[in-house]
Design a protein around this ligand. Sequence first.
Ligand code: NDP
Length: 442
Amino acid sequence: MSDEPHVEIYTKTDCPYCEKAKDLFDSKGVDYVTYNVTGDEERFAEMTERANGRETAPEVFVDDELIGGWDDTSALDATGELDEKLGIAADGGSDGDVVEHRRLIVAGTGIAALTAGIYAARSDNEPLLFEGDEPGGQLTLTSEVDNYPGFPEGINGATLVNDMKEQAKRFGAEIEHGIIADVDDDVRPFRVTLENGDVYTADAVIAASGASARTLGIPGEDELMGYGVSTCATCDGAFFRGEDMVVVGGGDAAAEEAVFLTKFAETVYLVHRRDELRAEDYWENRVQEKVESGDIEVLWNTEATEIHGSQEDGVDSVDVVYNPEGHPTAKLDDPATESRSLDVGAFFVAIGHTPNTSYLEDTGVELDDEGYLRTQGGHGGGQTKTDVDGIFGAGDVVDYHYQQAVTAAGMGSKAALDADEYLESEAVETAAEGSAEAPADD
Ligand code: NDP
């Protein structure tokens, strides 16, 4: 490249999305400069000014043009526009040309996908893992993982994921950035189309694409996302040092985020729609300790209804409603329902996730109403099989109950073993012979 693009990334310490942005440019072989804004007020002010008031890291610039945060950058990458801005020629296929045939494609690079990658690579199935919008999955957003076996002192989520990546690569797994838009299961090998138009074929597919954070859908939430509203406390908490903050939710994630944010917040309001948490005892106890020390105030039977503020000045206040019986937004006409406004500077949503399975909607794989895959389960092998031979599911795309890193890893290994059995079967060999004669794209 004669005209190298000038890529600048504003980062902060302990910022999983900053690592994702850097990984993306690394994977493209594009050089960049980073500016760490943690503890550097001048740089932070420079970043917010260049990023039109946004106060989250990373902020990415290409040739002085604001690309935005991780979501914006990966969205632009998915359409191929980022490569255009970087002056990178598309690597091979577009408009349906097959870029490459693989024995096994794995959707995702979270714990389930990476474990599948380790096992599949060791079985000589040469897996290609596609890393989507949230490389490394949800665990990269967790600061401390204390319940993954083998780490008596606990381990940082991003470190665990990066170590697994290295382990998978050591056995020959390959990881590429790409968002799968569609899987065609009418043909063998399967045709796997990415959002940028590239098409891969694969003898087998493991769906391990995880789940994405849910949002509340209340006024102010979308407009202020990235300007004081966030779904990742570990990413953005430090930006609001000294402010009062809200965390919405009552599960492990909300409890963990509320405890984490006490490092920075004056007071954390944990807003939960019922009168008891569903978090495990460990997190409940830690919340209770912080309540006793005055760092967390739990607002039981309370829901947020509107977030006020502006992109220039961030979050200003949050309207909440309370009803002694819980679920107050369903009881707005009840005289017992009370409203109040919380004067806070940040708002974190931790209300669970929805599975990333839209690319399987047009296949024969059965999805439930929320988009979770149906797999076979039960005793013996084949537990990760879906309704389509050769497509397997693992991790949070299947499991709406346990949703633990260790269960996702276990399911990832099962999916790779089930896929290996399938790949060794006669049906695949016959299909592969057929496909060698006729390219799959016409
Ligand atoms: P959960 O589904 O466990 O909890 C979601 C919470 O959000 C619930 O309390 C729910 O309320 C509340 N909620 C859902 N929708 C709304 C809404 N529209 N308005 C207000 N509140 C809402 O999700 P988590 O992300 O917390 O956890 C998912 C999985 O990940 C769990 O299995 C958990 O154990 C695991 N995890 C483990 C961690 C650990 O350290 N071990 C850390 C983080 C997650 P309600 O209770 O009324 O349904």
